[in-house]
Ligand binder design. Structure first.
Ligand SMILES: C[S@@+](CC[C@H](N)C(=O)[O-])C[C@H]1O[C@@H](n2cnc3c(N)ncnc32)[C@H](O)[C@@H]1O
Length: 276
């Protein structure tokens, strides 16, 4: 049976996505939602109308997570927006290694919020390992969180196809990954010393964040707020504020800005903000 997404069903989906996850689905997402839903229903059976009704009336947690997976976009890459990593090298890792900066208990805590399949937290961990001398015994931990079960499963597996390694230089590939033996197509597995620094959690950015841990020296919340409206962005940034150490950094995507929001951060560099 041919099933179409009507305007009114799309509106109901939009309302749900906004209320649960802060996602602001514009008309431009109509075909994407239609294609993803129909391809899901082809496998699971049922109509879009039935699916939306179930989600509205009595959704199970797994229905909701599946629905989020259908709607979410998980594009990411290693060392994405290299200026952010240049900033961290210059302002954090190198001063720590040279004794020009210190941290209580030698603890450095990162949160990669909305980390998708994990390239971002793994990149942070690689950089820490490259730039902090092991004999200095820094205690670095990177929390990677996302709501997408599919993305988190891939992040936890830590195995990436060749096509997703574009951001890694040949030196980094050799140093921090090993060819994965099981695969038929070339795949690479994150080495244990990098994995040891990273922990993944399932977290909805609309929920109170305190179970995540912290306080953090830096939160990366990149390329996620583009899906939120202004009000939601402001709420999320306030939550991030409560999770940062004094004067710590919030880094957003290079196409994102806090400039129109009423939030207690000052601009430090393009898309890099310091907690006030
Ligand atoms: C485009 S990816 C960005 C990945 C990474 N931060 C980067 O810049 O490469 C956006 C991610 O935001 C996540 N996301 C969107 N809304 C969310 C929410 N309400 N709670 C948690 N994660 C969310 C999606 O699942 C997706 O993995």
């Amino acid at each position: 049976m041919f099933d179409t997404l009507t305007g009114s069903l799309f509106e109901r989906i939009t309302r749900l996505a906004r209320a649960r996850w802060g996602l602001s689905l514009t008309e431009r997402k109509f075909s994407l939602v239609q294609n993803r839903l129909t391809s899901h229903l082809r496998k699971s059976g049922g109509t879009i109308e039935e699916w939306v009704q179930r989600i509205e009336k009595s959704p199970s947690e797994s229905d909701m997570l599946l629905f989020f997976d259908i709607l979410s976009t998980n594009v990411t890459s290693f060392f994405r927006d290299s200026t952010h990593f240049d900033f961290l090298e210059r302002e954090l890792w190198t001063p720590l290694a040279r004794g020009q900066r210190t941290a209580a208990g030698r603890k450095i805590r990162f949160w990669s919020a909305a980390c998708s399949t994990g390239a971002e937290p793994y990149s942070i961990a690689m950089q820490a390992l490259e730039l902090l001398p092991p004999e200095q015994r820094w205690d670095v931990k990177v929390i990677g969180s996302d709501l997408s079960s599919k993305a988190l499963a891939a992040a936890r597996a830590g195995v990436f196809p060749e096509s997703q390694l574009a951001g890694l230089s040949p030196e980094r590939r050799k140093r921090w990954l090993t060819p994965s033996p099981k695969s038929s197509e070339p795949e690479w597995s994150i080495r244990p010393e990098v994995r040891a620094l990273v922990e993944f959690r399932q977290h909805n950015l609309m929920d109170p964040p305190h179970a995540i841990g912290g306080p953090f020296d830096c939160i990366m919340l990149r390329n996620c707020m583009i899906y939120f409206d202004r009000e939601t962005r402001e709420e999320v940034v306030h939550r991030m504020h409560s999770m940062l150490k004094p004067s710590a950094w919030l880094i957003v995507g290079s196409a994102e800005t806090l400039s129109s929001l009423k939030v207690p951060f000052k601009t430090t560099a393009a898309s890099i903000y310091t907690k006030e």
